[in-house]
Design a protein around this ligand. Sequence first.
Ligand SMILES: Nc1ncnc2c1ncn2[C@@H]1O[C@H](COP(=O)(O)OP(=O)(O)OP(=O)(O)O)[C@@H](O)[C@H]1O
Ligand SMILES: [Mg+2]
Length: 454
Amino acid sequence: MSLKNQLTFWSVGLLTLIALLAGSISYLLGQKGAGLFLDHQLRLVAGSVDEGSQLPAMQKKYLAEDQQKKEYGFVIQVGMANEPVRSSRPDFNLPLASASGYSEQFYHGEKWRAYTLVYPERTVQVSQSDAVRRDIASDAALFAALPIAGLLPLSWILVLIGVGRILKPLADVTMAVTLRDASSLAPIPGKNIPAEAAPLITEINSLLLRIQESIESRRNFVMDAAHELRTPLTALQLQIDNLAQSRSPEDMEVRIAELRFGMQRASHIVAQLLRMARYEASEHTSARARVDLGSVMKHCISSIIPVADKSGIDLGMVCDEEAEILANDDDLRILFGNLLDNAVRYTQSGGRIDVAIEVKGQMVSVSIVDNGPGIPEEMLPRVFDRFFRVQGHQVEGSGIGLALVQAIAKRESAELSLKNREDGRGLQATVTFKLFVNRDADGTQNDRVTKASF
Ligand SMILES: Nc1ncnc2c1ncn2[C@@H]1O[C@H](COP(=O)(O)OP(=O)(O)OP(=O)(O)O)[C@@H](O)[C@H]1O
Ligand SMILES: [Mg+2]
């Protein structure tokens, strides 16, 4: 059921109910008031009657009146001691009450209301047919209730107009959304929107903004990826051309080596792009579990150690405590894998890389320190941008690694810092996680300290 119909239904229903109640109360009060007024009239008339001098004239007048006036008029009776009771209406012999005041009596099967005044020498009684009194009271009551009944349809019309006006801004928004282009992500205009509906419009607009940002970021990613792949593919094309023109077996071997290197570079970029795409696709699905940082790091180091050995780099790890965190195992491997890969690739042969896992209170920090060239200070804030690479060194890369590292650290609520070593001889990457604290049923903290080195 629409809001408009509900509002109209309830407003019209309540107004009708109130009008019915008000009409009935007015009718009853009108009836009561008319009764009191008629009683008052009976008393006034009784008070104005003398020994009955006006009765003969009244009888004559009565006989000349039409039927309705005959029925509606008062009947005046005067009784004197030792005389028959005289009346303003011929043949009307309602017994006179013995005491002053109001009374109700039946006369010829009809109910009468009378007011009697008892004087020492005479009794005056003025009466009126109860049916006539009820007729008059009903008419008066009807007049009291009629305006309410008459105003009821007007109130319905006002409710319809009012509801229409209140809901107009919402109808305008609906129309604006219906008429808009299917691909439009522009904010919904929220002008004059009722306060109750405003948060909904704000939420929808912020959702539209997020969708727009997400579409834009995906579009940029695809464009950047295509751009990044173009360079190695052009290089591959050139290398193939060169290979075709090689003149001697030695020349051919050199060019094949170049081609192999170019292929490696292209497939590295594709692999990094795939990692990034997979990471983004799993944004809402990656499960978290208790992970031992030492074990994950050992696994990452064993994957990279052949490369480090080849370059004569001394890669070592110190893990002074067992450090468990709540995280996604695969994400952690990508994070540490990229940091280690950078350290190994950018450090010159014979260099040194130290990995340390340190628990400090409720936190655990993992640091990877190398003695490579470091990153120029002014470039440090930019190395987390996708496809950004520091120019001037021979090492090939796609510039995705640190962007991925930063995104994973954010998702895992870890703090990531990248800075040049204070002695100016290399780079220090530190990732700080919140430690997973295992509490026993009795609430005591279960800390087990082990020493391990790699
Ligand atoms: N340990 C490091 N020492 C010196 N420079 C580094 C180090 N780590 C990163 N950098 C610099 O930061 C840049 C960005 O690193 P990032 O890992 O994002 O990309 P990449 O290594 O070039 O490519 P990818 O990791 O995707 O293969 C690198 O090009 C490099 O110049
Ligand atoms: Mg890298």
